[in-house]
Design a protein around this ligand. Structure first.
Ligand SMILES: O=C(CO)[C@H](O)[C@H](O)COP(=O)(O)O
Length: 267
């Protein structure tokens, strides 16, 4: 049984095995699935779009890791051949290496056929918040260079507007005078009741350091941000900011796994 999520604006497809681009089928959803199982189902569905010979952006996080695992498995089984992976983080690099997935980078492969990655929030227009795993910069560089970007989420990630989960919207900043930059970010969005906080590591309360040697400031919004493109521009104009976690108009397809089925939303 499948359901269509009224959340989305535009075309939503209810997924069945007949709509699969390849004969590889994920486990069939049923009730009482755990969040991990839902993530795995969305990931398997996305990997059905992978074809031999493709250059692939490999995402980061607990959902994307299932996609990387599946790609490794299909390579080992000989069902996929000659793919090259471009990892979006050191963690994914390690995982892909351990699975024997051939790896490269954007310098050697500036155009990527397909990227598959998770997201922290998905709004009805397929805009995303990403980077709660801290890999937003590499993710944005790699996913911005791909022909098709498939986002895989469980239904808990759907929000009516970005910032709507009341969880963090991350911004990567240089460590130099991070307090100054954090304050500037908070002031920028004071009309939206924004609170800006440096991300720290749970184990020692030290600043969280990204794969690029930078810090992350988490923005928490009390009210809707409003014009997302204007917000993006003003964040990026602040000296000290490297990148933010709003991925606007980048997703080609969002695959959502829910208790009652899988839906696929295309731009
Ligand atoms: O952007 C990311 C990492 O920087 C992740 O894709 C995002 O945080 C979702 O992660 P998960 O699948 O573990 O919920």
């Amino acid at each position: 049984m499948t359901i269509a999520f009224s959340h989305f604006v535009g075309k939503t497809t209810m997924v069945s095995s007949s709509s699969s681009p390849t004969p590889i089928s994920p486990p069939t959803p049923s009730v009482f699935l755990t969040q991990e199982e839902l993530k795995r189902i969305a990931a398997f569905k996305a990997v059905e779009f992978v074809k031999s010979g493709m250059v692939l952006g490999l995402g980061t996080g607990s959902t994307a890791k299932f996609a990387v695992e599946r790609i490794g498995e299909l390579l080992q089984q000989g069902k996929l051949k000659n793919v090259v992976g471009i990892p979006t983080s050191k963690v994914t690099h390690e995982q892909a290496m351990s699975l024997g997935i051939p790896l490269s980078d954007l310098d050697s492969h500036p155009v990527i056929d397909l990227a598959i990655d998770g997201a922290d929030e998905v709004d009805p227009h397929l805009n995303l918040v990403k980077g709660r795993g801290g890999s937003l910069l590499r993710e944005k560089m790699i996913e911005g260079a791909c022909r098709k970007f498939i986002v895989i989420v469980d239904e808990s990630k759907l929000v009516p507007y970005l910032g709507g989960s009341l969880l963090a919207m991350p911004v990567e900043i240089v460590p130099f005078c991070w307090k100054f930059t954090t304050e500037r970010l908070q002031i920028l969005f004071e009309d939206s009741g924004c609170v800006a906080k440096l991300r720290t590591c749970e184990k020692n309360d030290e600043p969280f350091v990204t794969d690029n040697g930078n810090y992350i400031v988490n923005l928490y919004f009390e009210k809707e941000i409003g014009d997302l493109n204007a917000a993006s521009d003003s964040i990026l104009r602040l000296p000290g900011v490297v990148e933010h976690g709003m991925f606007l108009n980048m997703a080609s397809i969002v695959i959502v796994a829910g208790e009652l089925g899988v839906t696929m939303k295309e731009k």
